[in-house]
Design a binder for this molecule. Structure first.
Ligand SMILES: [Zn+2]
Length: 332
């Protein structure tokens, strides 16, 4: 069992999957948001990824896009969301260092709301929670694979602009059908990531999250974008070449056990165990994270316990992954 006094770090947690349903419900009502359900219990089911409703990563992302992101699309809503998540992760799991990620352009109703207002509001929510709970936090802006390059460029500019205020990195997220195989845009993304690095922003990329695209996805991301960290990467563990290249590049993996099981990035705990073993043997450094604690009905301490109970990792390995997270954080 993980030492209850050990403070934890969550480096991969989405604002869209981490706000308690009762808080989202309250925000929705506060804003007069028209919901497709009439009772709280129906609403709770709507914003939670129940195993029977999730066959793939696409199903999982659909829940985020359709309701949660819309409800969080105002300055007041994003401020409260960020504030509530940081406090809740501290109270439930002793998370004292947290990097929260979201796409501000998926919180401004397609340009109806001002992007800077959304970002300032998120930073206010973060500041308040950090003061109240004495924790450290930072925001990561998620670029979207399905966005045109020009929109993602605006997100990088905003991340650079708010670097000194608490935006600590950029991410590239979304289903890998829109991956870097868009050859003509690769150079553009390479440039965006270089600009982020030059501005002292951390870089991470979602990849290796679906069994079919995992290996080419991870290899392309390492070669073209060379991020400091990879979100997931777990589905590429079967490829010796991919594992070796992750190790050689020193890229840190952000593993999210419940998420990887729910989206079928790995088929079961045994496959997850084999992946972690492959990473251990190759010297790949990895961290344990939640991805979407409310969406997945989990919390960070629960994620560690899941791996320890199934004997996929030892106590020492669990403690080492906390230390890796502390070393790999983008928060200075
Ligand atoms: Zn994620």
């Amino acid at each position: 069992m993980l030492d209850p006094a050990l403070e934890l770090c969550d480096l991969h947690i989405h604002v869209g999957g981490a706000v308690a349903p009762h808080v989202l419900w309250s925000i929705a009502h506060e804003q007069g948001f028209k919901l497709p359900v009439s009772t709280y219990w129906e609403f709770r089911d709507l914003v939670t990824a129940k195993p029977e409703n999730i066959a793939s990563l696409d199903d999982y992302l659909a829940i985020l896009h359709h309701w949660t992101e819309k409800i969080q699309s105002s300055p007041a809503a994003i401020e409260r969301s960020v504030y509530e998540i940081i406090g809740k992760e501290f109270r439930s799991s002793g998370v004292s260092l947290i990097e929260l990620r979201f796409n501000p352009m998926k919180r401004n109703l397609g340009g109806e709301r001002d992007l800077d207002h959304i970002i300032h509001a998120a930073l206010r929510g973060m500041d308040r929670a950090c003061l109240e709970y004495s924790v450290r936090a930072g925001l990561i802006f998620c670029l979207a694979r399905e966005f045109p390059l020009e929109l993602n460029e605006i997100l990088v500019k905003k991340a650079v602009k708010y670097r000194a205020r608490g935006v600590v990195g950029i991410d590239l997220a979304g289903p890998e059908v829109h991956t870097l195989e868009l050859r003509d845009e690769v150079a553009g993304y390479r440039d965006l990531f270089a600009r982020a690095r030059a501005a002292s922003l951390g870089t991470t990329v979602h990849t290796g999250e679906t069994p079919y695209t995992a290996v080419p996805g991870v290899l392309a991301v390492l070669k073209e974008l060379a991020p400091a960290r990879i979100g997931h990467g777990v589905a590429a563990a079967k490829s010796e070449e991919a594992v070796r290249k992750i190790a050689e590049s020193g890229t840190v993996l952000e593993i999210c056990p419940s998420s990887n099981l729910r989206t079928h990035a790995v088929e079961d705990l045994q496959e997850l165990g084999r992946a972690l073993q492959a990473f251990e043997q190759a010297g790949v450094r990895y961290t344990i994270n939640t991805d979407g604690p409310y969406l997945l009905n989990t919390h960070l301490r629960g994620e560690y316990q899941l791996l320890l109970d199934a004997q996929l990792i030892t106590d020492a390995q669990a403690e080492r992954s906390v230390a890796v997270a502390r070393a790999a954080t983008f928060i200075r």
